[in-house]
Design a protein. Structure first.
Length: 192
């Protein structure tokens, strides 16, 4: 199982360009759909925790999934698997590719230009999947859109993502308590 964890996360790290957000849909396909290591809901929880923690998003997800599968050693193996390809690629690039070589080589420049649209698609795909898993409805879809626009803005206070994570957590607790109170009131009324 440890070898499967390592190989799975190594492949994800080796063949995904664009960083953590681009990796989310590929990680989900591997660990949820293909290997059934975690459920969609567990994966969404892992994603939320990973976003809330400092560090690399993909590595944080690897830690969570590895820990769920094999505990501490699983999280270490998964993290090594997802980080090692990037480390090796950066090492090779640093040794052989200089910025002058990339800028003056039309083939390399074309490759990097071709990768850009694919990376955008890899970032958009997990947004849609996450919205479906979170059961986001059209009536509440305005919330992430407004928050994204505010984070994107240059206003010092509202452009801080930490503010929105904390505010979202607080509002989630308030909403859950309100729903629980409504449920209790309806039970009491039905018993009368």
């Amino acid at each position: 199982m440890l070898w499967q964890l390592f190989i799975t996360f190594f492949k994800i790290g080796a063949f995904t360009f664009g960083g953590g957000w681009a990796m989310i849909s590929i990680i989900e396909k591997e660990v949820v759909d293909k290997r059934h290591w975690v459920t969609k809901e567990d994966f969404l929880d892992q994603l939320i925790v990973a976003q809330s923690l400092p560090g690399l998003l993909a590595a944080n997800i690897a830690v969570g999934v590895g820990d769920k599968i094999r505990g501490r050693i699983g999280s270490i193996i998964s993290t090594i698997g997802i980080v090692l390809p990037s480390f090796l690629m950066i090492l090779i690039i640093a040794i052989f590719l200089t910025p002058d070589l990339i800028n003056h080589n039309p083939t390399l420049a074309a490759i990097f230009k071709g990768i850009r649209p694919a990376v955008v698609a890899l970032i958009i795909a997990p947004v849609i999947t996450t919205a479906k898993t979170a059961k986001l409805k059209w009536s509440t879809a305005w919330i992430p859109v407004i928050v994204a626009l505010l984070i994107w803005s240059k206003w010092p206070i509202v452009s801080n993502p930490i503010l929105w994570v904390v505010l979202g957590a607080l509002l989630g607790v308030c909403y859950a308590r309100r729903a629980m109170l409504r449920s209790q009131k309806s039970k009491v009324k039905s018993q009368e």
